[in-house]
Design a protein. Structure first.
Length: 188
C-alpha cells in the first residue's frame, strides 16, 4: 500500500481555491463598479434634474443602465479569460460564450468544460447570482430616485393606485370592489 500523496485527488481543492479566489476578485470588481455608478449618480443627478429636460434625464438613466451592463461584461470577461488561460476552452470567444451562459444561469448548449475544470461552472453561476442581486438593489434605488424627482410623472403611490385601478377595470370583481393588500378598498 502506497502512503505517498495522490496529487490528482487534491485537484478539486485547487479548482475550488482558484474559483473562490476569482469569485472574490469578481465581487471586488463589482463592488468598485457599483460604488462608482452610485457615486456618479449621486453627484450628477441633482444637476440633471435641475436642467428639467426630459431627454437629458432619460439619457442619463440610459448611461447608468449601460454602465451596470458593462460591469457585468467585464466580470464575464474575467471568467472567460481565466478559462482560456487554463486551456479549459479552445478560444476566447467560446470561453466568453460559456462564461456568459454560466454567469446568467442561461447555459451554453454545446459547450462543456473538461472534467478537470467542471467545478468552475457552478462557481461562475454563483458569482452571477450574487452580482445580479447586488445590481438589482442598486438599480431599484436609482430608479426610485428617478421617479421621485421627475416632475412630469405622477408620484409612486399614485402610479400604483393608477395601475391598480387599471387592473380593476380590466378584471372586475363580482362585488364591484377590489381589495388592496393593505386593506383599503378601491371602488370601481
Amino acid at each position: 500500500m502506497s502512503t505517498h500523496l495522490n496529487l490528482e485527488a487534491l485537484r478539486p481543492f485547487w479548482e475550488i481555491g482558484l474559483g473562490t479566489a476569482l469569485m472574490l476578485v469578481i465581487l471586488a470588481v463589482h463592488g468598485t463598479g457599483m460604488f462608482a455608478v452610485q457615486n456618479t449618480f449621486d453627484r450628477y443627478w441633482p444637476r440633471v434634474v435641475r436642467e428639467s429636460r426630459e431627454l437629458l434625464r432619460r439619457a442619463f438613466m440610459g448611461g447608468v443602465v449601460l454602465s451596470l451592463l458593462a460591469i457585468h461584461y467585464v466580470e464575464i470577461l474575467l471568467w472567460a479569460s481565466t478559462l482560456y488561460a487554463l486551456d479549459a476552452l479552445p478560444d476566447l470567444r467560446t470561453a466568453f460564450y460559456f462564461a456568459g451562459g454560466a454567469y446568467t444561469t442561461y447555459g451554453s448548449p454545446g459547450v462543456n468544460l473538461p472534467m478537470e475544470w467542471r467545478l468552475l461552472g457552478f462557481m461562475i453561476a454563483t458569482s452571477g447570482l450574487f452580482t445580479f442581486g447586488w445590481t438589482t438593489g442598486i438599480l431599484v434605488g436609482i430608479v426610485n430616485r428617478f421617479f421621485q424627482s421627475a416632475p412630469d410623472l405622477p408620484p409612486p403611490a399614485m402610479r400604483s393606485d393608477l395601475a391598480l385601478r387599471a387592473s380593476v377595470d380590466k378584471y372586475p370583481a363580482d362585488d364591484g370592489v377590489m381589495a388592496e393588500p393593505a386593506g383599503r378598498d378601491i371602488p370601481r
